[in-house]
Design a protein around this ligand. Structure first.
Ligand code: NAD
Length: 282
């Protein structure tokens, strides 16, 4: 069955990017946010991506007008979910908030709709359990900024059906993305590997193996990483990275114990670029 209409719930950093990718893939998109101002900001951000695509010749003026005409935005969840073939949830990373939103999806979305969550780490199985048919739910983990990043990790929860995976893979493909399928597990592939590399880098810094600049330089020039682990953690936020490691440590044991130096940096308020200082000063 071909999917036409996608409801994106949450118009923040990820939601607006997912909505743009869906427009670019030819879908009708309904963007929803509980906060009218956030919805306006999300819509404006989509406008900026469209303008940039026009400027660099990725979209023609007619193509840009046509794509924009397929975007609807609402603070009314029922209206946003009306006739949706796929719902992509991109609300804040708090389990209780997501469970409450899923309960509303269960009440208001067409029963035949597929449902995906963009969670970075939470259990899709737990969210799926709130729906009458959990086989129609999977994870769709996009990367920031969505319009530039090629990958979508598709997460197979306990009861996700093969038909759901196939439908979601097809949507991602139409959005121009590459996919990997991951069995639900903490941190999927990318979050788990990234957190491990970042933690190891902090251990090396703590042990005096090399300076932060040289560790970053080694991974960039020796291993071809586009950014060094400290440049990256400064961007992600040291507090965010710490909470991911704490979660992986709780779920999977000693291997993921956060490095004491990272904990100390967070206690010192060195949270990264967003506050002007992290591993580096900005
Ligand atoms: P964000 O804070 O930028 O945006 C969240 C939006 O959701 C806000 O506009 C907020 O008003 C809205 N919202 C709040 N409650 C809501 C509700 N009940 N229903 C609908 N919308 C609601 O957050 P984000 O960075 O876009 O993250 C969204 C999700 O994507 C999270 O699960 C996060 O873990 C995941 N994610 C984030 C990144 C990233 O780099 N930021 C990358 C991959 C995945």
């Amino acid at each position: 069955m071909a999917l036409h209409r996608i409801a994106v719930l949450g118009a923040g950093t990820m939601g607006h990017g997912i909505a743009y990718a869906a427009l670019a893939g030819g879908f009708d998109v309904q963007l929803f946010d509980v906060d009218g101002a956030a919805l306006d900001t999300g819509r404006a951000a989509i406008g900026e991506i469209v303008a940039k695509a026009l400027e660099i010749g990725k979209l023609s003026p007619a193509g840009a007008r046509e794509a924009t005409s397929r975007l609807g935005a609402s603070t009314d969840l029922g209206a946003a979910l009306d006739r949706a073939d796929l719902v992509i949830e991109a609300a804040p990373e708090r389990l209780n908030l997501k469970l409450a939103l899923f309960a509303e999806i269960a009440r208001l979305a067409p029963p035949a709709a597929f449902v995906a969550s963009n969670t970075s780490a939470l259990s899709i199985t737990e969210m799926a359990a709130t729906l009458a048919d959990p086989t129609r739910v999977a994870g769709m983990h996009f990367f920031n900024p969505v319009h530039k990043m090629k990958l979508v990790e598709i997460v197979r929860a306990l009861e996700t059906s093969p038909a759901t995976l196939q439908a979601i893979e097809e949507v991602a493909r139409r959005m121009g993305k590459e996919t990997v399928i991951v069995r639900e597990s903490p941190g999927f592939i990318t979050t788990r590997v990234n957190a491990s590399i970042g933690n190891e880098a902090f251990y090396m810094l703590m042990e005096g193996v090399a300076s932060a600049r040289d560790i970053d330089k080694a991974l960039k020039l020796g291993l071809n990483h586009p950014m060094g682990p400290f440049e990256l953690v400064d961007l992600v936020g040291l507090d965010t990275r710490l909470s991911i490691l704490e979660y992986l440590h709780r779920a999977m044991g000693e291997k993921y114990r956060p490095c004491p130096l990272l904990v100390q940096y967070v206690k010192a308020g060195r949270l990264g670029k967003k506050v002007g200082r992290g591993v580096y000063d900005y």
